[in-house]
Design a protein around this ligand. Structure first.
Ligand code: PHE
Length: 443
C-alpha cells in the first residue's frame, strides 16, 4: 500500500505535468524544431503526442494505479516470475543518468539567474554572448557550485515526500510557470517583426518532412511526456482508486502542449525580430535569448523571469527523477526517505561532475567521438528511454490481464468500452511496432 498520497486530483496533475514539462519541452523542443524545419516538425510532434504519447502515458498510469507500486515492484506484483522487473531497474538507471546531465543544465540556469540580477548576462563585454557562455561553463567552481545548489533544492523537496514535498512545490511552481510564460509571450509577440517568427514556428512546410523528422518527433514526444522510465507509473501509484485516468492523462498532455506552444511563441519572434538564426542548437537559450532580451527595454528583468520559469520547469522534472529511484529503495518505510533522498541526490550530483566538466577542464576528453555530456545524453534519450517505452508497452499490452486493464481504465468514467478497445490496440500493437521502426532506422 502507498503510505503517502496526492491530496487532490489537481495536485497529481500539476506534479505529473511538472515532470513532463521541463528542459525537453522548453529548451530542447524549440531548438530541435529550429533545426528540423519549424512548423512541420511541431505539427508532427503534436500528432504523435496526442496519439502514441497519450496511449503510453495512460499505460503507465494504469500500471501504477493498479499495483500502487513504483518501478521494480509494480512489475513484480503482476509477474512474480520472470525478469520483468528489469524494466524498473532500467528505468532507475535511466533516471539516474538522465538527471546527472539534466542537473548540469539546471546549474547553468542557476548561474545565469544569479548573474542576471546584476544585468551581467544581457550585456556581456563586447556583446559576445558565446564567449560569455564559454567562460561561464568553463569555470569548474562556478558551475560546480550551481550544479550542487540545483541538486540540493531537488533533494530538499523530495525528502519531504509526496504530499508535503512534491505536490506542494508543484502546486506553486506550475501556475507561476504559466503566468511567467504568458508575460513573456505577450512581450515577445509585441516586438517589431515578431510575425516572421510566428510563421516559422506555426506554418507547416510539409515538403521539409523526411523519415528522420518523424523519428526525431517520436523520440521528442516520449521524452516530453517523461515516458519509458516508469516515472508516470511511480506518480500514479500515489493516486486514489476513484480517479478517472483517461481524463488525467488528457489534462497532462494538454498542459504540455500549451507550454510547448508558449515556449515557441516566446522564443521564435525574438529570434527573428533581431535577425538571429533559429537553428542555433542546444545553446539557444543561453546565447541567443540573452541577446534577444538584451535588445529589449527591461530586457534584464525579462531575462531573469525567463530563468526563473526555466528553473521551476527543470526542478519539477528533477523531483520525479529522484522519486522514481527513492521509492523502490525505501519501499513504504517513509522514515528512511530523508536519508535515502540525500544519498541518491548526492550520487547523482557526483555522476554529473564529468558531464559538467565536459565544457571546461574535460573538453578534450574524447569518449567514443564526443564529449562525455553528449554521450550520456545520447545513451539515455536515444537508447534507454525508447527501450523502456517498448518494454512497458509490451508488459501492459501482453502481460497484464485485459479485464484488469479495462476496469482500471474505465473506473470513474462513464465512457463505454470503445475508448478502451482503441487504446488496447494502440498499446498492444501500434506503440511497440512504432518504437521498433524508430530504432531500426536509427541504427
Ligand atoms: N519530460 C522531461 C522534459 O521534457 C524530461 C524527463 C524525461 C523527465 C523522463 C522525467 C523522465 O524535460
Amino acid at each position: 500500500m502507498a503510505s503517502d498520497q496526492w491530496t487532490t486530483r489537481i495536485g497529481f496533475i500539476l506534479a505529473a505535468a511538472g515532470s513532463a514539462i521541463g528542459l525537453g519541452t522548453v529548451w530542447r523542443l524549440p531548438y530541435v524544431a529550429g533545426t528540423e524545419g519549424g512548423g512541420a516538425f511541431f505539427l508532427i510532434f503534436l500528432v504523435l503526442l496526442l496519439t502514441m504519447g497519450t496511449a503510453l502515458l495512460l499505460a503507465e498510469f494504469v500500471l501504477g494505479r493498479h499495483t500502487q507500486e513504483g518501478a521494480i515492484h509494480a512489475y513484480k506484483r503482476i509477474a512474480p516470475k520472470g525478469q520483468w522487473q528489469l524494466i524498473g531497474t532500467l528505468g532507475m538507471i535511466a533516471a539516474f543518468l538522465l538527471l546527472s546531465f539534466y542537473s548540469v543544465v539546471g546549474g547553468w540556469i542557476v548561474t545565469y539567474l544569479v548573474r542576471s540580477f546584476s544585468g551581467q548576462v544581457t550585456s556581456p563585454p563586447d556583446g559576445d554572448y558565446n564567449a560569455l557562455f564559454e567562460t561561464i561553463t568553463a569555470n569548474p567552481w562556478e558551475v560546480g557550485a550551481a550544479h550542487l545548489a540545483f541538486m540540493i533544492m531537488t533533494i530538499f523537496v523530495v525528502q519531504k515526500g509526496i504530499r508535503k514535498g512534491i505536490e506542494k512545490a508543484s502546486v506553486y511552481m506550475m501556475p507561476a510557470l504559466f503566468i511567467l510564460f504568458a508575460v513573456l509571450v505577450a512581450r515577445s509577440l509585441t516586438l517589431d517583426g515578431a510575425w516572421e517568427g510566428v510563421v516559422f514556428f506555426l506554418q507547416p512546410d510539409l515538403s521539409a518532412v523526411t523519415g528522420e523528422t518523424l523519428l526525431t518527433a517520436l523520440g521528442q514526444a516520449f521524452f516530453s511526456l517523461s515516458l519509458g522510465v516508469s516515472v508516470m507509473v511511480t506518480y500514479s501509484s500515489y493516486l486514489g482508486k476513484s480517479e478517472n485516468l483517461p481524463r488525467s492523462a488528457w489534462s497532462v498532455v494538454l498542459l504540455t502542449i500549451l507550454i510547448a506552444f508558449m515556449a515557441g511563441l516566446a522564443i521564435f519572434p525574438g529570434v527573428f525580430a533581431f535577425d538571429l538564426q533559429p537553428d542555433e542548437g542546444p545553446e539557444l537559450i543561453f546565447t541567443i535569448l540573452p541577446a534577444v532580451f538584451g535588445e529589449m527595454a527591461f530586457g534584464s528583468l525579462f531575462f531573469s523571469l525567463f530563468m526563473i520559469l526555466m528553473l521551476f520547469a527543470t526542478l519539477t522534472s528533477a523531483f520525479s527523477l529522484v522519486e522514481i529511484i527513492v521509492k523502490p529503495l525505501i519501499r513504504g518505510k517513509e522514515e528512511k526517505r530523508v536519508k535515502m533522498t540525500w544519498i541518491v541526490g548526492l550520487l547523482i550530483f557526483a555522476m554529473g561532475i564529468p558531464s559538467n566538466l565536459s565544457f571546461g577542464v574535460l573538453a578534450d576528453w574524447d569518449v567514443f567521438g564526443d564529449i562525455f555530456f553528449n554521450q550520456v545524453d545520447y545513451l539515455v534519450s536515444n537508447i534507454l528511454l525508447p527501450t523502456g517505452a517498448f518494454f512497458i508497452s509490451l508488459f501492459v499490452g501482453w502481460r497484464m490481464r485485459k479485464n484488469d486493464l479495462q476496469e482500471e481504465l474505465l473506473r470513474g468514467s462513464n465512457r463505454g468500452t470503445g475508448l478502451f478497445n482503441i487504446w488496447f490496440l494502440a498499446i498492444r500493437y501500434v506503440v511497440p511496432i512504432a518504437i521498433v521502426v524508430v530504432f531500426i532506422s536509427m541504427i
